[in-house]
Design a protein around this ligand. Structure first.
Ligand code: SF4
Length: 309
């Protein structure tokens, strides 16, 4: 069945879609996922909704191999949202370690405070309520509703967008993200059963992470190759679409922020001269410091710079 989407180019592509092939595709993905899913610690059936929130926020911009040990530490130290809410922001930022984008740590703390104060310590199950929490965007809210509460909710992240573009629409590189069109597309392939839809969401995401990767898709080993629109079309290149090159970390403001934050994690107070030694390049240092202060990850006092208390 052809679905109507607001995004014209996607709509054009969708006229060539084949619902029977797509049903076979998602059934195969779900079966493959149940058989081969990586044993990530948060995939244990006993993981709480709070554990899922943590895993989704942590794994958003950090590889799962780096997230796993820190997720275990956090679950041991702060097993509930209330436990994290009662911790100091400085401890939370320190425990974030070197996972990158540390603003997520402060957002998680703020979300935990809201969950403690407004929801009696229980993570809300509703997508809109989840999305109203600090640092929880559309992807995370949907992922928590699906993976923590078993709801039939389309989940869309970068991996899912790429697999849908290739396997469903038959194009090598996805169009730029458009939240509604992307969600509509995922919705159109989700089975009606909530339980099956959760496996399809997780399975397509896993396929994009370990098989249908951005640079070198392993089409020869792909469980859905025989149902993949792009493979069936002979792997045509996208007209005029290329991947956005990744920004270099070395010499970036992000690297300078990381160096300054590492000092603050290990010392109660850090002086301007400590920071100048760690980041000699002044313009980069100033921008990094300004960003950390405005993000609330550092505070300035008479003794120097420190993590927020
Ligand atoms: S056949 Fe290749 S392009 Fe298609 S879903 Fe599998 S890995 Fe991706």
């Amino acid at each position: 069945m052809t679905k109507t989407l607001t995004f014209t180019r996607v709509k054009t592509r969708m006229t060539t879609r084949n619902s029977e092939r797509e049903r076979a595709l998602v059934t195969t993905v779900a079966r493959w996922f149940r058989r081969t899913a990586r044993p990530l610690p948060w995939r244990d059936s006993e993981t709480s909704a709070w554990g899922i929130v943590l895993s989704e926020v942590m794994a958003q911009q950090t590889p799962v191999a780096r997230v796993a040990p820190i997720w275990l530490e956090w679950m041991d130290r702060w097993p509930t949202a209330t436990d994290l809410a009662n911790a100091s922001p400085a401890d939370v930022v320190r425990a974030w370690g070197r996972m990158g984008y540390p603003r997520r740590a402060l957002n998680l703390h703020a979300a935990a405070v809201r969950i403690r104060d407004e929801y009696g310590g229980e993570v809300p199950a509703d997508v809109d309520a989840l999305e109203s929490l600090p640092g929880i965007g559309s992807y995370t809210a949907r992922a928590v509703a699906a993976f923590a509460f078993g709801q039939r909710v389309p989940v869309v992240d970068t991996n899912i967008r790429r697999v849908l573009a290739r396997a469903v629409l038959g194009i090598a590189v996805p169009e730029p993200p458009r939240v509604k069109a992307d969600i509509d597309l995922m919705e159109s392939v989700l089975p009606t059963s909530a339980k099956e839809s959760v496996a399809v969401n997780a399975g397509i995401m896993e396929l994009g992470a370990v098989v249908c990767t951005a640079r070198s898709p392993l089409c020869g080993d792909c469980p859905v190759a025989e149902h993949c629109a792009w493979a069936l079309a002979g792997f045509p290149a996208n007209a005029g679409r290329t991947r956005t090159p990744q920004k270099k970390y070395e010499g970036s403001i992000r690297q300078a922020r990381g160096a300054i934050l590492a000092l603050a994690r290990n010392n109660p107070h850090v002086t301007a001269s400590d920071i100048a030694t760690a980041v000699p390049d002044q313009p980069r240092r100033d921008l990094a410091l300004e960003g950390l202060l405005s993000d609330g990850l550092l505070v300035d006092s008479a003794q120097g710079f420190s993590l927020p208390t």
